[in-house]
Design a protein around this ligand. Structure first.
Ligand code: SF4
Ligand code: SF4
Ligand code: FES
Length: 248
């Protein structure tokens, strides 16, 4: 028997433990999933949101931001998931990990209904926050049935994660529950760990200049996404706000 036809032993490759199954597992760094009827090979360990984005499938988000830990708070990114042929359920795509054979619907009637309701609640609580206005506009909402509040914080938690994870500030957190929930510093005093880096401001959707198009309480403009009906109220004239080019 020559060295060339000798059976390969488990210790033959650089002294490392070798077996076929392990090699196969190492090679297979993708899983096959179906999103909106398209069969896709996506990276193992990816979330549904990132897998969809990789293939240009748009899922709206509010509390998700690249390089910050997904929080799953706003639920705008919900999708319908069927795992191993089971009954479809709704979950947040920014936190849900892909699995082999998973079937995902990002725009089923059930999802559109759920997202519209979430967008309506969001914009009714913060009608002057541009991100809430934009989400509502893209959902085609023109009226809000709930009482309008005027919150400037949409409780997305981006500032908290930015401070904690990127700025090493650990200066912000949520306090309170329900209607009383808010972002605060410990005992409402700026701790020494806050270096006034303004990272929290940088990511906050509440500091972006809102659209001035809302006329009456409960009425939503939304014409920036229906650009052919350019309203007089839009200060950008015929250029609109590029919503189509820069989707939410
Ligand atoms: S300014 Fe202070 S609270 Fe804001 S991110 Fe920086 S360290 Fe955190
Ligand atoms: S302060 Fe801004 S970033 Fe922080 S939770 Fe509220 S809206 Fe989000
Ligand atoms: S973006 Fe996924 S829950 Fe907010």
């Amino acid at each position: 028997m020559t060295p060339f036809n000798k059976p390969r032993l488990t210790s033959d490759i650089d002294g490392a433990h070798y077996n076929g199954a392990k090699e196969k597992q190492m090679e297979r760094k993708t899983v096959n999933i179906t999103i909106d009827g398209r069969s896709l090979d996506v990276e193992k360990g990816s979330t549904v949101l990132l897998a969809a984005r990789e293939f240009g499938i748009h899922i709206p988000t509010v509390c998700y931001m690249e390089n910050l830990t997904p929080y799953g708070g706003c639920r705008i990114c919900v999708v319908e998931i069927s795992d191993n042929g089971g009954k479809p359920f709704i979950d947040t795509s920014c936190t849900y990990e892909v699995k082999e054979g998973m079937v995902i619907q990002t725009r089923s009637p059930r999802i559109i209904r759920a997202r519209k309701m979430l967008a309506e609640l969001l914009v009714s609580s913060a009608p002057n926050v541009k991100m809430a206005q934009d989400i509502a506009a893209r959902m085609g909402l023109l009226k809000v049935r709930f009482p309008m509040e005027d919150n400037r914080c949409i409780l997305c938690g981006l500032c908290i994660r930015m401070c904690y994870e990127q700025m090493d500030g650990k200066a912000l957190g949520f306090v309170g529950r329900g209607m009383g929930r808010k972002v605060s510093m410990p005992f409402e005093v700026r701790p020494e760990t806050c270096r006034l880096c303004r990272g929290c401001d940088y990511v906050c959707p509440g500091v972006i200049i809102p659209c001035q198009g809302v006329k009456e309480p409960g009425e939503l403009c939304g014409r920036c996404v229906r650009i052919e009906e350019m309203p007089d109220c839009c200060p950008m004239g015929t250029f609109g706000c590029f919503c189509e080019q820069n989707p939410l």
